[in-house]
Design a protein around this ligand. Structure first.
Ligand SMILES: [Zn+2]
Length: 540
């Protein structure tokens, strides 16, 4: 503003004579040039000084490993409704308070409470071997007892009538209901070593087998979701599945669908062993003990922390990462890594930028895994914040360096995101591909909850590091999979973006692009709509 006023006052006093005016104009332009250079240099110097401080703190005093040890090793996974989830909420608040950052746990709903406890699964006949497996989340317990029973395979019946007739045979048996994989080697391993012919043959046979198993399930008249309950009703001792994640040693661990008998997932290798023993008529027997506990309806929280803005405290820059996880392992990359990135960015900002222009708020959302519930609830509960959001930065796809940022369909995202990224150190920003205006994300992680309410929300999207196969919802999502160098890079990126978004003289534009016509339906593209949070969940 001062520069502009000076320019206008120059022009107004320029009437006397052409030459005098001309000289004045030149002087004016020079002054303007000098002033703007000064201002610009001053701003750039201020920015680069701050960025240097961020890099220095992130490098020399990193708390990432401490946090990972405390959360992943000590507390463990954070299944919605579990006691660990609440311990994690309390840990995060205590950690923030320790750094002098205001933090609170905000209740947004209630969930079925469940405490995992131990799972023991052993082969006891025709030989003894401890099996690698665990009960699925929310599986019933075996009532303090070890249940020993014969294993059978879901039969290939002609139709649902035949299946009803067969059902009494399930009584007192553990029923294997997953397909037996033809190979425990991932395709990339076959690609590397198999002959072309044998790789092709394996894939062809597997495709046929997958289709046959799909039919075997559907002919029962049930789905993979409803079949366990039918077997349970028929008196089965338990349900055995193997949800292979197509890599060495990885299974995905989700929820059980039984109410009284245990539902366990067994590693591909041991599942194959049981399957072959059953098929060859050896009548294998296993013993299972699950000690889980139902803990009733428990409250669910988002952990919120903030550094209040000094000039525009009612405008918000939001750092975002879900806090809950599945519980086959410790949720290290889904989403421990996003969590640590945001916590570490907050810690550093508090230290090197304690008086931000706008409020910097971090949200560690609950129950993302069951449908973005924590963040949707926050958006519903805080319209006053949502309408004043400068930007949301969410990270939730693993441990890798951020490689992609999309404008999410905001017409002017190019302008502000590019400007903010400009200040990020070269070594970090040069490998980030940006897409503008991009298309709005309809789900997948919590930024979508904000986007659906029209707020400029972005996903800091990472390199994969085999996320989908090896860590996402698997039994191998553990501390050792974290690549701390990449995390540190993401911390610096996030802290710099938060700083730039906070300092920006302009409020970000929320203008949306007109979405292209859907080629399939011929209908105009629609912006994602806000969806309601499930506030009472896990009950059925
Ligand atoms: Zn996630």
């Amino acid at each position: 503003m001062p520069r502009q006023n000076h320019y206008f006052s120059c022009l107004l006093t320029n009437k006397n004579s052409f030459m005098k005016g001309f000289k004045r104009t030149i002087t004016c332009i020079l002054i303007i040039a000098v002033l703007s250079t000064c201002n610009c240099v001053f701003a750039r110097n201020k920015d680069s000084l701050l960025v240097n401080n961020i890099v220095k703190e992130a490098t020399e005093n990193s708390q990432l490993k401490n946090m990972a040890h405390e959360l992943l090793d000590l507390i463990g996974p954070r299944l919605t409704g579990s006691p660990e989830m609440q311990q994690a909420n309390e840990w995060a608040v205590a950690t923030y308070k320790n750094w002098g950052i205001t933090a609170r746990n905000e209740k947004w709903g209630e969930w079925r409470g469940w405490d995992r406890g131990v799972s023991h699964i052993d082969l006891i006949y025709p030989r003894v071997k401890s099996l690698e497996g665990m009960q699925l989340a929310f599986s019933p317990a075996t009532g303090g007892k070890t249940i020993t029973a014969e294993v059978i395979i879901l039969p290939d019946v002609t139709d649902s009538v035949a299946f009803q007739q067969w059902l009494p045979n399930a009584k007192g048996k553990f029923v294997l209901i997953s397909m037996n994989q033809p190979t425990g080697r991932p395709d990339y391993n076959w690609q590397e070593f198999a002959t072309k012919e044998s790789f092709e043959r394996m894939k062809k046979e597997r495709t046929v087998q997958i289709e046959a198993w799909r039919k075997r399930i559907s002919k029962t008249g049930y789905t993979t979701r409803t079949l366990p309950a039918a077997l349970e009703k028929a008196g089965a001792a338990g349900i055995v599945t193997s949800n292979w994640s197509q890599g060495f040693g990885v299974n995905k661990i989700f929820s059980a669908y039984t109410k009284k008998v245990p539902a366990v997932d067994i590693a591909l290798e041991d599942y194959g062993l049981l399957y072959r023993l059953t098929e060859s008529g050896r009548k294998p027997r296993i013993s299972v003990r699950t000690d889980s506990k139902e803990t009733g309806l428990v409250p669910t929280f988002n952990t919120i922390a903030e550094i209040r803005g000094t000039e525009k405290p009612d405008e918000y820059v939001i750092l975002s990462a879900h806090f809950d996880s599945w519980d086959g392992a410790s949720g290290a990359t889904d989403n421990g890594t996003g969590t640590f990135t945001m916590m570490e960015a907050m810690r550093i900002l508090k230290k090197v930028y304690p008086n931000p222009k706008r409020t910097i708020l971090v949200g560690h959302w609950g129950s993302e895994e069951q449908g973005l519930n924590g963040s949707r609830a926050f958006v519903e509960d805080h319209p006053e914040i949502v309408k004043n959001i400068q930007a949301v930065f969410n990270q939730d796809n693993g441990t890798g360096r951020v490689a992609n940022i999309s404008g999410q369909g905001f017409l002017n995202a190019y302008d502000f995101i590019s400007r903010w990224l400009y200040t990020v150190p070269d070594s970090i920003k040069t490998t980030i591909a940006t897409t503008f205006p991009g298309t709005p994300g309809g789900g997948g992680s919590d930024y979508a909850s904000f986007l659906a309410a029209g707020a400029p929300a972005f996903s800091l999207s990472s390199l994969s590091w085999s996320y989908g196969t090896y860590t996402w919802h698997t039994n191998r999502d553990t501390y050792d999979k974290i690549v701390f160098d990449d995390l540190r890079s993401n911390v610096i990126l996030t802290a710099v973006l938060a700083y730039m978004a906070s300092e920006d003289p302009a409020t970000t534009s929320r203008e949306k692009m007109v979405l292209p016509v859907n080629p399939r339906t011929g209908e105009p593209g629609k912006w994602p709509v806000q969806r309601k949070a499930t506030r009472k969940g896990g009950l059925d």
